[in-house]
Design a protein around this ligand. Sequence first.
Ligand code: URA
Length: 273
Amino acid sequence: MRRNSHSIAPSFVENIGRLDKLKIIGLDRVFLKLLVYFPLYDMRLDKLIASSTVFTRSQAKIIIRKGKVTVDGECIKNPAQHISEDAHVEYMGVSIKTPQLRYIMFNKPAGVVCANKDEQHATVFDSLFLPRIETLHIAGRLDIDTTGLVLISDDGQWLHRITSPKHQHQKIYLLELDEPVTEKQTRILENGVQLKGEKNRCQPAIIEIISDKQIRLTITEGKYHQVKRMMAAVGNHVTKLHREKIAQIELDSNLKEGEWRDLSQDEVILSKD
Ligand code: URA
């Protein structure tokens, strides 16, 4: 049977070939971005089977090599073959549903912990009521008493991108403080405050003064208890902490505390910038 070019993801070499043609009409950069944005376009056949059936990755390799798997009607014996999202995959004539990656925003209430399991407290995952929660992970945990935006996904590449210090994604927090924030405190935070026990100073923060005891703080790192430690380092104390935004993703004001929704495609894509 003829290979269906829509369903089997093109190899890197094939893509580069296309790129040359697209360059002529100036679309090469757009095409390259799309390749980065849609990782499912790049899923290996053995991985796809292992994530959508009871087979382990090594069992998936065996059944593929034995010729028991078809992609859009064609028998594929290479476990490393890359498969696109819309491919129709069958094992011995039985259809395998390709897994959809999940991207979620959750409005975390105080008292809920960002952990997969906890003996004493409700976890973020307890509130989701979703299947396969063991595959989901949090991008940047919040303390038990912190409220606001939590991003959750089963897309490892995306999670890494959001949290990796290399990408310097901004995180925006709303803070209530014990003492009025002073000019000196603001200056130190804006220049990069030194935290106890850290080798390097923090990256410069952006401060917006809302009222004398309320500020909006933008940081690009995600050190342990970073915001509370930053304020302690300048001699103040955080009494309330709420995360409003991570990268381009803003907490949806329609979400009540404890509620979640799927991210839109735009939100997923924008946050990869
Ligand atoms: N910084 C903190 O100190 N706590 C949080 O929950 C998030 C950032």
